[in-house]
Design a binder for this molecule. Sequence first.
Ligand code: GRF
Length: 187
Amino acid sequence: MKRLAILASGSGSNAEKIMEYFQSSKTVEVALVASNKADAFVLERARKFNVPTFTFSRKEMDAGLLQAKLDEEKIDWVILAGFLLKIPVELTRAFPDRMVNIHPALLPKYGGKGMYGMHVHEAVKAAGEKETGITIHLVNENYDEGRIVFQASTTVEPEDSPEDIAQKIHKLEHEHFPRVIEELVEA
Ligand code: GRF
């Protein structure tokens, strides 16, 4: 059994899809949902699936507490699903090619500092892009430079608001993220 930890800071709709996908898997188990926000909705979603939860502050993460918890839980893969803090370098080194992030744009476009959540979709809209999409990539110590493992795109219509774009992106994420994780983990 490969043990996954999901790190998320917010709503966790992707986390939910991942938990659902692997619920009765014989090879992959979501063993932990960890968040830096004690009131993040993702924690409620985890309870619904009887997945153990762990919360921590940025300071605690930087001091190695999260890494200690991942060790203790014998986690094999770390999945970042809307996790907003910068991962300490030591933590990325502890999971070489076994840490995965999803980004709501077609990297290298709309990546980097400040490009998260609605900011991404607002920037895509402001630039008049005709398409956008999702990127699933491995995380290494230079966060955005990990290998891209999957991208999928969707059209942006002139009348689409940033919220409409966000919805299209979520749909793509939900459709692909769990399956791409499975392919990576079982490779
Ligand atoms: C997703 O769009 C993901 O790409 C981004 O944060 C969002 C998280 O959404 N990094 P949710 O919490 O899974 O609903």
